[in-house]
Design a protein around this ligand. Structure first.
Ligand SMILES: Cc1cc2nc3c(=O)[nH]c(=O)nc-3n(C[C@H](O)[C@H](O)[C@H](O)COP(=O)(O)O)c2cc1C
Length: 223
């Protein structure tokens, strides 16, 4: 337990990388950590594209407002929301598997009833709500990914500052990325993660004190 907190305590985003290549098996373990992350009713609404190609990395840098360090990373993981995962037929498939494991009777009509409830089916609440849920799911997978990377001695930085249909900006550039990565329509890039062996050891960025962000039983009560 303490060991994990120690890893977390040493967390810092890394923006300077050595030339050293990240071996395939290390990258696969980093991606495996993302695959194993929890998600809404096990929807797993994500797809990750591992980019190592120099010219592709340059375009990713451009779409990310030319943040200079991006194409210097050994690898960029392009993290996409997969909207098809929220379609009822796909949700039913995953729910079937999940309910079996949970020992619940996988009665299709009961599952369909469940999917008629907007609380359980954010797709019924419209695009904005679904998008919020998408960020939520991807964040968990990315958290798992960057912690595994740290554990492997690989530095990373989450990139949210880039043009897409959520942030706006140069959507033609985003379209170029879509073409370059051959992204199907049901995928939308929400985040990128740069990966590489650290060539810096930055000071830890400050966090709010524990007492400021945690209360006991009611707001403002010290824990
Ligand atoms: C959702 C998200 C988006 C981010 N986007 C960027 C980004 O576009 N460029 C960048 O350099 N850092 C980005 N960061 C990294 C943060 O700036 C960084 O995590 C924060 O300043 C705290 O520093 P630390 O990670 O070193 O502790 C992002 C972090 C998160 C969680």
């Amino acid at each position: 337990m303490e060991k994990l907190l120690h890893v977390i305590n040493n967390w810092a985003s890394i923006r300077k990388y050595k030339e050293k290549d990240i071996p395939l098996e290390v990258l696969k373990r980093i991606l495996e950590a993302a695959r194993l992350a929890p998600s809404w009713a096990n929807t797993q609404p994500w797809h990750f594209i591992v980019v190592k190609d120099k010219s592709k990395k340059e375009i990713l840098k451009e779409v990310a407002l030319n943040q200079k360090f991006i194409d210097k990373a050994n690898t960029i993981v392009v993290c996409c929301a997969d909207f098809s995962a929220w379609k009822n037929e796909n949700r039913l498939k995953e729910m079937n598997k999940l309910w079996k494991v949970l020992g619940r009777t996988s009665d299709e009509s009961e599952m369909k009833k469940y999917l008629e409830n907007p609380v359980m089916n954010p797709a019924l609440r419209g695009e904005q709500v679904l998008l919020a849920r998408q960020y939520e799911q991807l964040s968990l997978a990315i958290a798992f990914m960057i912690l595994q990377a740290k554990h492997e001695g690989v530095g990373s930085c989450i990139i949210g500052g880039f043009y897409n249909h959520v942030t706006g900006g140069d959507l033609e550039l985003y379209k170029r990325v879509v073409d370059e990565l051959k992204l199907p329509d049901h995928l939308l890039i929400l985040t990128m993660v740069t990966l590489g062996y650290p060539d810096e050891d930055p000071d830890r960025r400050p966090r709010k004190p524990f007492e400021e962000i945690v209360s006991f039983e009611e707001f403002g009560n010290k824990y």
